[in-house]
Design a protein around this ligand. Structure first.
Ligand code: ADP
Ligand code: ZN
Length: 210
């Protein structure tokens, strides 16, 4: 099963991909997490990416396409995977096709800009393992501590309100056209994002026929 999760920043792609990943026993490939790791460890790619990420803009296609190509060629991707945050532009989707990859389904998690803006103020992440939490909807077992690895939870710089508005603008302009791209291929399934994580999960699994 090769899946793409599509949706605005904060729509809940990361949260749902964690659940589906466990359910289907396939890895989640999150370009957002890979880029954040590169920022943290200060690799060449991280140095190139920082100014885009901090401004709420997309990292150039060729940079992201390169890291995805490398990641998908690894052993653990042989039985399928979930792409979270890629493709995010039409050229990225075309590059995926040129790699000879045919995805099975594209699931859009649809959430209004207003709901996203409300939600994002409560988002917290673990920079060590990439797990995401929410102060109201997905609390860690211990306040401020990652359930998986015990690292401290933080608010991402790019979750600040001004940057979020820019990310939403970029989403509508550059990523939303992918809906038409995949709908035309009969691959798009829309899931209305719900207030409760488990409700969205139920609808997402239904869309997978899982
Ligand atoms: P979001 O919460 O906006 O979905 P992610 O965690 O997926 O964000 O990504 C964080 C940032 O990393 C994005 O705002 C963008 O700058 C960069 N990024 C992630 N995936 C891509 C991609 N496929 N193409 C370009 N930039 C990306
Ligand atoms: Zn962690």
């Amino acid at each position: 099963m090769k899946l793409i999760l599509l949706g605005a920043p904060g729509a809940g792609k990361g949260t749902q991909s964690e659940v589906i990943s466990e359910y289907l026993h396939i890895p989640t490939i999150s370009t957002g997490n890979m880029i954040r790791e590169a920022l943290k460890s200060g690799t060449e790619m991280g140095l190139q990416a920082r100014r885009y990420v901090e401004a709420g803009q997309l990292v150039p296609d060729e940079v992201v396409i390169g890291i995805v190509r490398e990641r998908l060629s690894r052993e653990d991707c042989a039985g399928g995977y979930i792409l979270d945050g890629f493709p995010r532009t039409i050229p990225q989707a075309e590059a995926l096709e040129r790699m000879g990859i045919e995805v099975d389904r594209v699931i859009e998690i649809a959430v209004s800009d207003e709901a996203i803006t409300r939600r994002m103020s409560g988002r917290r992440v673990c920079l060590k393992c990439g797990a995401t939490y929410h102060l109201d909807y997905k609390k860690p077992k211990v306040d401020g501590v990652c359930d998986h690895c015990g690292d401290a939870l933080v608010q991402r710089k790019d979750d600040r309100p001004e940057t979020l508005q820019e990310r939403l603008r970029v989403y509508h302009e550059q990523t939303e056209p992918l809906k038409g791209f995949y709908a035309a291929k009969g691959k798009l399934f829309v899931v209305e994002g719900q207030e409760k994580v488990e409700d969205t999960t139920r609808l997402t699994l239904a869309a997978l026929n899982a």
